[in-house]
Write a protein that binds this ligand. Structure first.
Ligand code: PGA
Length: 250
């Protein structure tokens, strides 16, 4: 059975007091969860250590970014191995902001994926097309290309991968993909996974939707057959809205 996941991507937001207050609030509303239902938070890396100490076990904490090397002269970077040793259990790979603003292409993303797997971290691998690609009808090709990076992974590694479909035009814009648009792409991604890895892996991989997911639209999106949760940006920065989205998956 695949897992239902609601993940908050805080991006470069919140000062330390705000981060701690928000985290405490989320801890108080997130149910302990179980093997099949997870609440994740991806704070800025500088807060991970203190939030892990405050964690009541209801939430798993991940890193938004890391370097693919394990150690060495990489001023300003942290490695997957360091994050794992800290108690972090997840990472994001391939978020469109990393792809576009920090020039992370397939070669770098592959190395990041390998480094994370090597350190036994779970990965949310993000994919999604630009507005132009959608308007030109190239959105399926784009996502197929982005998913192709997974081809080198073993079936065992795939058990640590979840995928977030995040159309770039929907991220932070208030313009969500309609449930029909999201469902269509999620069906496509599941079929791609089946073509690469076979039915069992395809069926057990969690597929999350991201892009202006909110308390208003979460229930409808999550009710689609192949949408197993969400990667939430803006709406994860307030306890009330994030809590409502968590409830929408239950
Ligand atoms: P958004 O961001 O919910 O603010 O659109 C989603 C994301 O970038 O993961």
């Amino acid at each position: 059975m695949r897992r239902k996941i609601v993940a908050g991507n805080w991006k470069m937001n919140l000062d330390v007091n705000e981060a701690e207050t928000l985290f405490k609030g989320i801890c108080s509303i997130a149910s302990a969860g179980n093997k099949y239902q997870k609440t994740l938070v991806f704070p800025p890396n500088i807060y991970i250590h203190s939030l892990l100490k405050e964690n009541n076990g209801a939430i798993e904490i991940g890193a938004q970014n890391f370097h693919f090397e394990t150690k060495g002269a990489f001023t300003g970077e942290v490695s997957a191995r360091q994050l794992k040793a800290l108690g972090c259990s997840w990472v994001l790979v391939g978020h469109s902001e990393r792809r576009v603003l920090f020039n992370e292409g397939a070669a770098i993303l592959s190395k990041k994926m390998d480094a994370a797997l090597e350190s036994n971290l779970q990965i949310i691998y993000c994919c999604g097309e630009s507005l132009r690609e959608r308007e030109e009808g190239n959105h399926f090709d784009k996502v197929r290309d982005q998913i192709a990076i997974l081809k080198s992974l073993t079936h065992e590694s795939m058990q640590n991968i979840s995928i977030a479909y995040e159309p770039i035009w929907a991220i932070g814009t208030g313009r969500t993909a309609s449930p029909a648009q999201a469902a269509e792409m999620h069906d496509f991604i599941r079929a791609e996974l089946e073509a690469i890895f076979g039915y069992t892996i395809a069926e057990s991989t969690s597929l999350l939707y991201g892009g202006s997911c909110s308390e208003e639209n979460a229930k409808e999106l999550f009710s689609c057959k192949n949408i197993d949760g969400g990667l939430i940006g803006g709406a994860s920065l307030k306890v009330d809205s994030f809590g409502a989205i968590i409830s929408a998956i239950e």
